[in-house]
Design a protein around this ligand. Structure first.
Ligand code: HEM
Ligand code: HEM
Length: 179
């Protein structure tokens, strides 16, 4: 029997999962904005050193988040959620997890071929990979960073729109349990 949306008990994601989600979400949004609008605002502020440092941190935090993810099972979705919706949510989350690793990895690869150091907010230099400027690997990683970066931006917009739709239109607990 279907339950009325919002009437199910609130079972939240665990604290560590919610903390990982909030911190990584803020950093990914920062990196998408600086990546996409970086060239346009260069005269006011050069965002790429912070973009690279934040991207490396996203990679490290996402490895920790994924390792943690294997230790728990998510709270059940409300029974009002149909099977297509569940499939789309599962696919989107899976792709976001993959892109949280692949996008910064491609950035690290092609930036390793550049002349600038990969400075972590001026505190220390992150090691560069052995990638030659103009090599097929550097070119592919650069291309991949751009294409997958835009794919990630699209998925994040979809994901946030879905969260807001659940909260304000369907009025269930989906957003509350991740906050
Ligand atoms: C999740 C993390 C990251 C996201 C979401 C992200 C996203 C993006 C996006 C959307 C662009 C614009 C693509 C374009 O218009 O060409 C971009 C550009 C760039 N990213 Fe990232 N990035 C991430 C991590 C990194 C990392 C770790 C590095 C290097 C260590 C990096 C270095 C760069 C550089 C140098 C550019 C400028 C490329 C150019 O102008 O051709 N990014 N990034
Ligand atoms: C501020 C914007 C965001 C909001 C409001 C938001 C909201 C949510 C909510 C409500 C859930 C739980 C969904 C459910 O239980 O079915 C969730 C899960 C998730 N979010 Fe976000 N999110 C945001 C940004 C992001 C960003 C930027 C990323 C990564 C690129 C991301 C990655 C994920 C992933 C991978 C999950 C699945 C968690 C799991 O079950 O393992 N989110 N998000």
């Amino acid at each position: 029997m279907a339950t009325i949306a919002g009437s199910e008990q609130l079972v939240r994601y665990n604290t560590v999962a919610r903390a990982f989600h909030a911190v990584i979400a803020a950093m990914v949004i920062f990196n998408l904005l600086t990546g996409i609008f970086g060239d346009a605002i260069e005269d006011i502020w050069q965002p790429f050193p912070a973009h690279k440092a934040t991207g490396i941190l996203i990679l490290l935090l996402s490895l920790g988040r994924l390792a943690w993810r294997f230790t728990w099972t998510m709270p059940d979705w409300p029974s009002t959620m149909g099977s297509l919706q569940r499939k789309v949510a599962r696919l989107t989350h899976g792709l976001l997890y993959a892109l949280m690793l692949i996008v910064p990895l491609t950035g690290w690869i092609f930036s390793s071929a550049g002349k600038y150091p990969l400075s972590i907010y001026g505190l220390f230099d992150w090691p560069k990979l052995a990638v030659t400027k103009g090599s097929a690997l550097a070119e592919a990683a650069h291309e991949g960073h751009e294409v997958l970066g835009f794919l990630m931006a699209g998925l994040v917009v979809l994901h946030v729109a879905a969260a807001l739709h659940h909260h304000f239109v369907i009025k269930d607990n989906i957003l509350r349990r991740m906050l």
